[in-house]
Design a protein around this ligand. Structure first.
Ligand code: GDD
Ligand code: MG
Length: 346
């Protein structure tokens, strides 16, 4: 069995973080995001993984390479232009006809892919879709299921009016198990979407299309800054069992600095006396000067925070310069190389 990770989107909603870093490799707890997906695939014994790319493909390939370090075999396929989610699957499949696990490249979950595959086999399904219960389904694909977990209806990004008429909260969690029979219904060489085309087609043709609903496992789409930050907090609070959090001890932390035990500090950071880092993640090489406060935030590599600056609830890109006495409020997102003059308030 092989896996295909759809990682060709532009990451528009995660801007400015994705201006220089494509979404699939934004650092998450200081590791490229896709590493977590690769990890759950590997756990299910799936080591043959293809990444379907379109936006900044070279950066992704350079960073992840052949996959040997991660214990898998990675291949890359780049679309000449975005083919849509279903079109990307068809394009990547070529002549290969085997069962494939397809993942949206921006979902964080600790679900067991092996259990999902077992469910798929048990149902002798053409397609199995992972569903997550959420409070507000409007930003997702709403999926209605019937007896025996059969998918009855798929509605991408339902309007508030549609939602009001349906009392369903299960959405497409962006992981599918697909048989080659699904490939047959996707036309070649055109832009084709799983959500708008393939799934409705499966229902029209009465294919065996089944759902597997998450039952307490963690799930989150990290495709916007609020969700990306919240995902970090979930990890720091220990709500996502099953993944190792890499804490480095190769940093210079002054004895008179306060770094709480949940924060993650990358290597080669410098944290000066009387600085405080609470409930936060610092990438490698971050400098925090005296009396600065960093709370509930994520800061990427090589950013420098000058004395007495206060950063709360923010995400800061790489190599930013935060001047003395700057105040950064919750919800702020700064792109790479941002420069804030002393005493700035944002
Ligand atoms: N290769 C390739 N080519 N990948 C693509 C393309 C394309 O043309 N378009 C999108 N992708 C990738 C994105 O990189 C992302 O990893 C994934 O497909 C999904 O795209 P998003 O843009 O993140 O979609 P969404 O979050 O609005 O909605 C999707 O995910 C939700 C769950 O998070 C849908 O699948 C919804 O139905 C689902 O609920
Ligand atoms: Mg998404």
């Amino acid at each position: 069995m092989q896996a295909l990770i759809l990682a060709g989107g532009k990451g528009t909603r995660l801007r400015p973080l994705t201006v220089y870093t494509p979404k699939p490799i934004v650092p998450f707890l200081n590791r490229p995001f896709l590493v977590y997906q690769i990890e759950i695939l590997k756990r299910a014994g799936i080591e043959d993984i293809t990444l379907s790319l379109s936006y900044q493909p070279d950066k992704i390939e350079q960073l992840l390479g052949s996959g040997t370090d991660l214990g898998v075999s990675l291949s890359y396929i780049t679309e000449p232009s975005p083919m849509g989610t279903g079109g990307a699957y068809k394009f990547a499949a070529g002549d290969r006809a085997e069962t494939t696990v397809v993942l949206n490249g921006d979902v964080m979950t600790n679900v067991s892919i092996a259990d999902l595959v077992a469910h798929h086999r048990e149902k002798a399904a053409d397609a199995t879709i992972l569903l997550a219960p959420v409070d507000n389904p409007s930003a997702y694909g709403l999926v209605e299921t019937g007896d025996d977990h059969r998918v009855l209806r798929f509605r991408e990004k339902p309007t508030p009016e549609e939602l009001a008429t349906l009392s369903i909260n299960t959405i497409n969690a962006g992981i599918y198990i697909l048989e080659p029979s699904v490939l047959e219904i996707i036309p070649s060489g055109v832009n084709y979407s799983f959500e708008y085309n393939v799934f409705p087609d499966l229902l029209d043709r009465a294919k065996r299309f089944f759902a597997y609903v998450l039952d307490g496992e963690y799930w989150r789409d990290i495709g916007n800054p609020e969700s990306y930050l919240q995902g970090h907090h979930d990890f720091l609070k220990g709500r996502v069992p099953g993944f190792e959090i890499g804490r480095s001890d190769e940093s210079e932390i002054a004895t008179a600095a306060v770094v709480d035990s949940v924060s993650v500090i990358g290597k080669d950071c410098v944290i000066k006396p009387n600085a405080r880092v609470l409930n936060s993640v610092l990438g490698p090489g971050v400098h925090v000067e005296e009396h600065a406060i960093i709370e509930d935030s994520v800061i990427w590599a090589h950013t420098r925070v000058a004395g007495s600056a206060e950063i709360r609830g923010a995400v800061l890109g790489r190599s930013c310069h935060i001047g003395r006495n700057v105040t950064i409020r919750p919800g702020t997102v700064l792109g790479d190389k941002s420069l804030l003059t002393d005493y700035t308030r944002v």
